[in-house]
Design a protein around this ligand. Structure first.
Ligand SMILES: NC(=O)C1=CN([C@@H]2O[C@H](COP(=O)(O)OP(=O)(O)OC[C@H]3O[C@@H](n4cnc5c(N)ncnc54)[C@H](O)[C@@H]3O)[C@@H](O)[C@H]2O)C=CC1
Ligand SMILES: O=C(O)C(=O)COP(=O)(O)O
Length: 471
C-alpha cells in the first residue's frame, strides 16, 4: 500500500470540513476567496496540518541553527521530525535515509543540506509531485580539504604512527622509542606525483585546482563537465576520455561522483571502481573515496590492497576493509565543518523559502529550474505541478480561460517526467473567487498539485491524489 493511499482515510476525514474564508492582503486591499486559503492551515492534512497556523518545517539530522534561523518565526515553525506536533509541510535533512512513509501528504518540498540525494527516494517524490532540492557546492571546500588530508594520510602512515605513540605512551616507552621506531612509518611526498580526479564537479574541480598548487600533476575524467567547473580547472590539467585512462599512471585517485544505484552498464555508478578499473591502478596507488562507499567494489579493492602497497582512504563504512592495514576509514566527515554546515543549511533554507513563498525553483534534482520575475502586489500567483504528458498544458490554459482569468505571465518548464507551471493572474480590486478555479485546475487529469501563492507562506495548497481532491 502506498503512503498516499494509507493517508487518504485521514485526509478524507478532514477534507470537507474546512470553511470558506476570505484572505485579505493588507497591502493591496485585494481579497482572494479560496477554500483552505487561510493562515489557519486547514489544508492538505486537516486541522493538524501545521502547528499554530505556521508552515511546518521538520528536520531530520542536526541542521545548523544559522540555516534554520532563516525561517522567520512569524510564519514558520521549525521542529525535529521525531518530536513534531503535527504533519510536515517542508522536510529538511542531511544523510538521513528518508522513507516514503515519512513523507506526509502535507509535504510540499524536501531539501537536502548537502550534495548527494541518494538517501532520498527521488523518483517516488517526482511521481508524487514533490520537488527535492540540494545545495550544490555548499560543502565542496570542506570535502576538498579532507581529500587533501586523505592524500597525506595515505602517504605517511600518520594514523599508524599516532596509534603507535599512544601504545608506547601507555607503556611509558614513548621517549625511549620515538626515534628508533620512526623507521616503521616512513612515507612519500605528494609533490611531483600525479592525481587523477574522477568527477570534476564542485568538489573534483576544487581538488584538481589545489592539488596543482601543491605541485602535483593532475589528470581527470568527467563526461558531463559543466562550464562553471571547467573554468575552475588548472590550465595544465589533462582531461582523459575514460576512468581507466585517467587512473592509469596516477599515484592518487580521487572519486567525486554521485552514487546512482544501478550498474555502470545500466547508467548507474554502483561498484564503478571495480576489478576492471582497479586493474589499471599502479600497484601503490592511493584511492580516495569521499563520495559514497557503494561506488567501490570492496572485494576488488581488498584484492588490490592485499596484492600491493596501495592504500584506500574513505569516509564511509566498509565491512570488508575496515580493519585492513592499508585502509583508513573515517566517519562520514567530509561535510562536517562549521562553515559547510552553515552554508548548506542556509542555502537549503533560502531555496525552500523561494519555492514556498514565490514558487521559484532552483537547485532541484527532479524539478525544472524556474526563474521568475518578482510577483507584485496586484498579482495572484498560481503554480501547477503536473505529469509531463501531451495535452495537460492546453487543459491548464483552458481552465484559466473558462474562469475568465486575466493572465499576466505564464511559464511552463519540464524536466523528465514532471512539468511545472507558474501562472500570474492580474487581480482586479473586486474579490477574486479562486475556489472553483483551484479545484478545476487541480483535478485536471495529470495534474498532481496546485498552489495559490498569496498571503502567508505555503497556504493555498491542493493535491490531486489519484482523482481525489485533497485540500
Ligand atoms: N563525504 C562527504 O561528506 C560528501 C560526499 N559528497 C559526494 O560527492 C559527490 C560529488 O559532489 P559534488 O562535486 O558536490 O557534485 P557535483 O554534482 O558538483 O559533481 C559531480 C560530477 O560528477 C560527474 N560525473 C557523474 N558521473 C560520472 C562518471 N561516471 N564519471 C565521471 N564523472 C561523473 C558529473 O558530471 C559532475 O560534474 C556527491 O554526489 C556526494 O555523493 C558530497 C559532499 C560531501
Ligand atoms: O553532501 C553530501 O552528499 C554528504 O555526503 C554530506 O553528508 P552530511 O551532510 O554530512 O550528512
Amino acid at each position: 500500500m502506498t503512503l498516499l493511499s494509507l493517508q487518504r482515510s485521514t485526509v478524507a476525514k478532514t477534507l470537507w470540513n474546512s470553511r470558506t474564508r476570505v484572505f485579505s492582503s493588507k497591502s493591496t486591499g485585494l481579497s482572494v476567496d479560496v477554500e483552505h486559503f487561510t493562515a489557519g492551515w486547514n489544508n492538505a492534512g486537516g486541522d493538524n496540518a501545521a502547528a499554530n497556523g505556521k508552515c511546518s518545517v521538520q528536520t531530520f539530522n542536526k541542521i545548523s541553527p544559522s540555516g534554520l534561523s532563516r525561517f522567520p518565526e512569524s510564519y514558520y515553525k521549525v521542529e525535529a521530525a521525531e518530536s513534531a506536533s503535527g504533519p510536515a509541510n517542508v522536510l529538511l535533512l542531511r544523510s538521513h535515509k528518508l522513507q516514503e512513509s515519512e513523507v506526509d501528504v502535507t509535504v510540499r518540498a524536501i531539501a537536502r543540506c548537502g550534495a548527494g540525494t541518494n538517501n532520498i527516494p527521488v523518483a517516488r517524490m517526482t511521481q508524487l509531485g514533490i520537488p527535492v532540492f540540494n545545495t550544490p557546492g555548499a560543502n565542496a571546500n570542506a570535502v576538498k580539504e579532507l581529500i587533501l588530508c586523505g592524500m597525506l594520510l595515505g602517504s605517511r602512515r600518520i594514523v599508524d604512527g599516532v596509534n603507535h605513540m599512544k601504545s608506547l605512551g601507555e607503556k611509558g616507552l614513548a621517549r625511549e622509542r620515538v626515534e628508533k621506531d620512526k623507521a616503521m612509518f616512513g612515507g612519500r611526498e605528494i609533490h611531483g606525483k600525479t592525481l587523477a580526479v574522477v568527477g570534476l564537479g564542485h568538489i573534483g574541480s576544487l581538488t584538481a585546482r589545489d592539488a596543482t598548487a601543491l605541485g602535483m600533476k593532475v589528470t581527470g575524467y568527467d563526461p558531463g563537465l559543466s562550464v562553471m567547473s571547467a573554468l575552475k580547472l588548472p590550465r595544465d590539467m589533462e582531461l582523459k576520455d575514460s576512468i581507466a585512462s585517467a587512473v592509469a599512471n596516477a599515484d592518487y585517485i580521487s572519486i567525486n561522483i554521485p552514487y546512482i544505484k544501478k550498474s555502470p552498464q545500466e547508467g548507474g555508478t554502483h561498484g564503478i571502481i571495480g576489478k576492471e578499473v582497479i586493474s589499471h591502478f599502479k600497484k601503490d596507488a592511493v584511492l580516495l573515496n569521499f563520495a559514497r562507499g557503494e561506488l567501490v567494489d570492496s572485494h576488488a579493492m581488498k584484492a588490490f590492497l592485499d596484492a600491493g602497497d596501495g592504500r584506500y582512504v574513505c569516509d564511509f563504512p566498509d565491512d570488508e576493509l575496515w580493519n585492513h592495514p592499508n585502509a583508513i576509514l573515517l566517519p562520514h566527515l567530509g561535510a562536517s565543518t562549521y562553515e559547510a554546515e552553515d552554508e548548506a543549511a542556509s542555502m537549503a533554507a533560502d531555496t525552500l523559502r523561494d519555492y514556498i513563498e514565490h514558487g521559484e525553483i532552483r537547485n532541484s534534482v527532479n524539478f525544472p529550474t524556474t526563474a521568475l520575475e518578482e510577483r507584485h502586489d496586484q498579482v495572484v500567483r498560481v503554480t501547477v505541478v503536473n505529469e509531463n504528458l501531451p495535452g495537460v498544458l492546453a487543459k491548464i490554459t483552458d481552465v484559466c480561460a473558462k474562469a475568465g482569468m486575466n493572465i499576466a505571465q505564464q511559464i511552463n518548464q519540464s524536466k523528465g517526467d514532471i512539468a511545472y507551471n507558474v501562472i500570474d493572474l492580474n487581480a482586479s480590486n473586486k474579490p477574486m473567487d479562486l475556489k472553483d478555479f483551484q479545484r478545476d485546475m487541480t483535478m485536471i487529469e495529470g495534474v498532481l498539485s496546485t498552489r495559490i501563492i498569496f498571503g502567508a507562506p505555503g497556504v493555498g495548497f491542493a493535491r490531486n491524489v489519484n482523482g481525489q481532491y485533497v485540500v
